[in-house]
Design a protein around this ligand. Structure first.
Ligand SMILES: [Zn+2]
Length: 459
């Protein structure tokens, strides 16, 4: 791979050559390639709300222009529907049970290695700029490996434009000789949706849309008459405006950057439910597709645009980047490179996801959930099995995604053999990853308070 792209020269090549020998890594000074790495995480952005994935509204014209030169992954899935465990899977290449940050507020264990550490060891200047409290160092432990981790802001979130301003200032301080790794996390599309001036009313539905019975406290924004709105489209319009705002943030971030020397990744950590099911408007307590299916595009100088349809997961991000940069990959990493020719991802049959149990989201079904364990799912092209941890017994649901892509009808009783087979596969996955242990209760009370304010702790 390194030889094909000729990208492991300079600082990176020197670092690797010391270990492997220059001939083995195929370093050629005459073939300059991408050096910098820019990862942009659009928190809570649904795949199907981007024009790149067919959305009719122009929510993200700039990201769409990037996508036209990028690898666009049509079936990418997040490992978790909560911010911290999902990002930790991106940065470790491990499923949440393996990296241990299984919930918001549970910090990454000291024994885990993250992408920023790998790149810093390879000579990179590393900067992380986050916009939500769940990714602050004290809540996530994700600052390791970053020369600068900018996570201090009053309250629970920072405006994306401010985060971009800080990231650009950091970029301007660097030397052209040293490659950089920049991680920018934008939180504007996370509820409550509060479009700034100029974005209010950008998208206006002609219809009210379905009624949402339960509006979580953190999502309660009164309308101009001071009333709480229950109609879905009022929220969708504002959410879409926030995606447009983030798109302008991304445009501002990349303005003037040399994209021919940078790998640019744009993805989200999970989606959002509006009206698709009972007890929602939010994320984190379900593993249905509107929350697990994410946008993922990787723009690599020299690689032509392509739409890719194989199953991909966020654990694949780290091995893909180390592969592109010609860096050795850790055999413990559970994801697969999306670039390496020897990885036949067409063979990947299943993707996995997890979430936190919350009784309020399943009150229509009368579930009594065990909050010390996680919800897990296994999904194939056609079927999804969800196992929810019960206080007395676990609950199992099965969805036929071909007949019922909205996951409305549990057909587990009609397909007992398939249910048992998928359940056994999921059990093998959870035991393999050590997934079924209780969530550690080591949370800093201040962090717990923050999570409550963001709707992550309820019931
Ligand atoms: Zn998130």
């Amino acid at each position: 791979m390194t030889r094909r792209l000729g990208i492991a020269c300079g600082v990176i090549g020197a670092a690797i050559a010391g270990v492997l020998g220059a001939e083995l890594i195929g370093c050629t000074e005459s073939a300059p390639g991408p050096r910098n790495v820019i990862i942009i995480s659009l928190d809570t952005v649904r795949r199907d709300h981007l024009p790149t994935y067919g959305y009719a509204r122009p929510t993200a014209p700039f990201v769409d222009s990037l996508a036209r030169d990028a690898l666009v992954f049509d079936r990418a899935f997040a490992q978790e529907t909560n911010t911290n465990p999902s990002h930790t899977s991106m940065f470790t290449g491990l499923y949440p049970p393996a990296h241990g940050s299984v919930a918001n507020g549970v910090r990454l264990g000291a024994d885990q290695t993250v992408l920023a550490q790998i790149l810093r060891a390879a000579g990179y200047r590393t900067g992380g700029f986050v916009s939500g409290a769940t990714l602050q160092e004290r809540a996530s432990g994700l600052s390791r490996g970053f020369d600068r981790y900018d996570d201090e802001f009053p309250g629970l979130r920072r405006d994306g434009m401010e985060t971009v301003k800080r990231a650009r200032a950091w970029l301007s301080e660097g030397s052209a000789e040293q490659p950089f790794f920049l991680f920018v996390h934008l939180y504007d599309a996370h509820g409550p949706y509060l479009p700034p001036a100029g974005y209010v009313g950008l998208f206006q539905s002609a219809e009210d849309g379905p009624w949402i019975e339960r509006i979580p406290d953190y999502q309660r924004v009164p309308d101009k008459n001071g009333r709480l709105v229950h109609h879905a489209n009022w929220y969708v319009d504002r959410y879409d405006a926030m995606i447009r705002y983030e798109d302008d943030c991304v445009r501002g971030l990349l303005k003037g950057q040399d994209l021919e020397r940078s790998i640019v990744v744009v993805l989200s950590d999970h989606g959002e439910t509006f009206h698709e099911r009972y007890g929602s408007l939010g994320h984190g307590a379900e593993v249905h597709d509107e929350q697990t299916r994410i946008p993922l595009l990787i723009r690599v100088p020299g690689l032509p645009h392509a739409r890719r349809s194989e199953f991909t997961e966020t654990v694949d991000l780290l091995p893909t980047l180390t592969d592109l940069l010609g860096l050795p990959s850790d055999p413990a990493v559970q994801g697969h490179s999306l670039i390496a020719p020897n990885q036949n991802l067409g063979d990947r049959e299943f993707v996995f996801a997890s979430a936190r149990p919350a009784d309020s989201h399943y009150a229509d079904r009368g579930y009594r959930l065990d909050r010390t364990r996680r919800i897990h799912s296994i999904r194939s092209d056609r079927w999804k099995l969800i196992r929810l941890p019960g206080r007395e017994t676990d609950y199992v649901e099965l969805y036929d995604l071909t007949a019922d892509p909205g996951e409305q009808s549990d057909v587990a009783a009609a397909h007992p053999e398939l249910r048992d087979e998928l359940r056994a596969r999921l059990a093998a996955w959870t035991s393999l990853r050590g997934a079924d242990g209780p969530v550690p209760e080591t949370m800093d009370p201040a962090v717990l308070n923050q999570l409550q304010s963001l709707g992550y702790v309820g019931d």
